[in-house]
Design a protein around this ligand. Structure first.
Ligand code: FAD
Length: 308
């Protein structure tokens, strides 16, 4: 579904179309499950292109990911994408999960290597009977059926990668094997993203490189996670959240403004697809979507229109 955005700061002309997708992770307990269901019900009316559900390394969330995919499918109108990782699993195990998810009605996958159980930074060893890496997994998925396959991309380089050229080589292999969209690791430096996309294009890769946007619910936690996955925290960003740890209201207002500003700037640079890491919380993403002109469809919106 394309959304028309009439007001983009500094954008030439009007009527820019923006598409969004949302990422959720499978809940770990009944309380988180209830929160997630609320989040899905709140965000689905924004008509995302698709909603994706993460998958734990080694199949650790196989059942809960499946259940979350079913919750998304139950909304009736939101395409669901299943993340699949290949670390710590045999090909047969992965193929069985893909077959099962496909039987649920899943036609979109996000194919990932995943990190070893020791976490980011632990040395990755492919399973002897498994897919070797994400490119190999993409080829395996394509052998199953004509799925829509997204993969990961790293504007600031994957932390294990020797250099950006190695990353681009891997991205090229994923595309050659059938991936049609890359979703980036979260970043805050739009210049780094733009430079990366230029290098991707020079490497002969023409699929969309969709920015992964993380709304900052907790700056300290995001900074901590960023240091593990190689995402830079610009000084201006740290400065904006400085001293707000005990002031959640202002923190939240600043977070919405920062994310909207990042999205507006990317739109000005020609980007019109965005993937939001929702962290299973609706409010910031909902507010940001409002700011970029995306409105809910269906009954609620119709009621508002009639009242106007
Ligand atoms: P690949 O594409 O196989 O490799 C990525 C890069 O790492 C390569 O470009 C290469 O430069 C380098 N590299 C890979 N292997 C080696 C090696 N052996 N030696 C040196 N360099 C190497 N993780 C999950 O567990 N579940 C998820 O659902 C999930 N979803 C994600 C969604 C997105 C959009 C992103 C960006 C990441 C996600 N991750 C997820 C994290 C991901 O699994 C890790 O970033 C992982 O380390 C790499 O996965 P990949 O698919 O990018 O790997």
């Amino acid at each position: 579904m394309r959304h028309s955005v009439k007001r983009i700061a500094g954008a030439p002309g009007t009527g820019k179309d923006i598409r969004v997708s949302f990422e959720f992770f499978p809940p770990k307990n009944p309380q988180m499950e209830a929160t997630l269901t609320d989040t899905i019900n709140r965000l689905s009316p924004l008509s995302p292109e698709f909603v994706s559900v993460t998958y734990g390394a080694g199949g650790s969330t196989k059942d809960t990911s499946r259940k979350t995919l079913q919750t998304v499918l139950a909304t009736g109108n939101t395409p669901a994408a299943a993340h699949i990782t290949c670390v710590g699993a045999t090909r047969d195990e992965i193929d069985a999960v893909v077959r099962d998810f496909a039987a649920l009605g899943i036609r979109r996958f996000v194919a990932l290597r995943g990190d070893p159980s020791g976490g980011v930074g632990t040395r990755y060893q492919p399973h002897p009977d498994g897919y070797q890496n994400a490119a190999h997994l993409v080829a395996g998925l394509k052998a199953f059926g004509d799925f829509d396959i997204s993969v990961a991309a790293y504007p600031e380089r994957h932390p294990e990668s020797a250099d950006l050229a190695t990353d681009l080589d891997m991205l090229k292999r994923k595309v050659d094997n059938g991936a049609t969209r890359a979703i980036t690791q979260f970043f805050f430096d739009n210049d780094a993203y733009e430079r990366y996309v230029e290098r991707v294009r020079r490497a002969g890769i023409y699929i969309p490189i969709v920015p992964g946007i993380v709304p900052i619910h907790n700056f300290s936690a995001v900074r901590n996670f960023a240091s593990k996955c190689g995402t830079g925290i610009p000084a201006w960003l740290a400065d904006r959240f400085d001293g707000l740890d005990q002031d959640p209201h202002t923190h939240s207002l600043v977070a919405a403004a920062v994310a909207a500003e990042q999205v507006f700037d990317l739109v000005d640079r020609g980007v019109d697809d965005f993937h939001f890491y929702t962290m299973n919380r609706p409010d910031l993403v909902f507010a940001i979507c409002r700011l970029i002109g995306i409105r809910e469809t269906g009954e609620a919106a119709r009621r508002e229109l009639h009242a106007a």
